[in-house]
Design a protein around this ligand. Sequence first.
Ligand code: ASP
Ligand code: MG
Length: 423
Amino acid sequence: MINKVYKFGGASVKDANAVRNLKNILEKEDRSDLLLVISAMGKTTNAIEKALADFRANNGHLEISAISEIIEYHENIMTELFDGNTSHPIFETMTNLFLDLYLNLQETGFDYDYQYDNTVSFGEMLSTTLISAYLNECGIKNELLDAREYIITDHNFRAANPEWDDCRLRIDKLNEEHKGTMYITQGFIASSTSPKTTTTLGREGSDFTAAIFANCLDAKELTIWKDVDGLRNADPKRFPNTQKIEHLSYFEAIELTFYGASIIHPNTLKPLQNKNIPLKVRSFIDTNLKPSVIDGTEDYIKYVPSFIVKEKQTLMSITARDYSFMNEHNRALIFNIMDELNIHANMTQVSALVLSICFDENEKKRLQLTEALSQAFKVKYNDGLQLFTIRHYQEGLEKDFVKDRKIYVEQRSRSTYQIVLSY
Ligand code: ASP
Ligand code: MG
């Protein structure tokens, strides 16, 4: 039985030293009931995204040198980890993966989102293949699993939704067959059936992968290993004097991640809450630091105010052409279309005639939405905005952040204060 799921993100495996650090961490752990979920190394996903854009701009006609940075980056890590022993089979395995990536990048005749998932998924395949071989070489025995055999989704490329029953069936079987060897698998990537094709769960989706595995395994804990000491009440890169949050309820954590606290992927918590599996956020740099724990606590925890900034927001204002009220009927129409287009409102506000919706910038989706609404509604929008949220708001806390910037929408409930503003 597998009881523990550990997730290691891109930063934790970004170079040879980082992978050695991972090995050191694992050496001290009981690995007999452990499944590791690993992301692409460092910024590989971004690099593949960029290569894909180049290939598409050239209708697939680019030399393999167009991806040489991605190849060299992995080769350097591999050479260092395997002491330049190029006769080790991993060198051939990785070369085949590089070639496969190249072939996939050339297939620009397909729908963009389809090709996107097929190519960016190589980031995770490269990292897990290399790390699994290295750990086995060091005596940390493990079995590499293809996550696409276990995480089954719909065909919604780039933000696929799990088919939970399928996932559960397959992961159940894995659990039954488990004989005590640590498993390693990829975050982020999945597959849809009939027709079988690679999908992804959306950027930063490896946390979600780990949560799906934890849920289906009925695991006892999920640990996400980070380069920070746990959860904080704001992003230290943006705000001075942040405070560590040692203990958090699922409810509160979901509220924070929903508004953009990027430390954990927002979809991660529900599958854990549903099975009451605690989530630990722990430092891979200093393993002696106490992790932050998110669980089903009912205890009263006195939360400090938390500050969350979500970048690249579109604010759309929608009014009925015939001047009818922005009533439930009109709102239902609009929200149904948004649901079909998979556009997720980060904030909404209604007046007599206007519905304002704030969502993540995405030109394609904005145009689709405008088109679908155009018969009955007039639409205006602004791009390049920020959504700023304060949980456990106290009067005046927003002042330093807002300064003299233009506020587009302001909203306040008992515990949450939000504004949409320009940069
Ligand atoms: N590699 C993917 C990304 O960079 C998934 C992840 O890291 O969670 O978005
Ligand atoms: Mg990541």
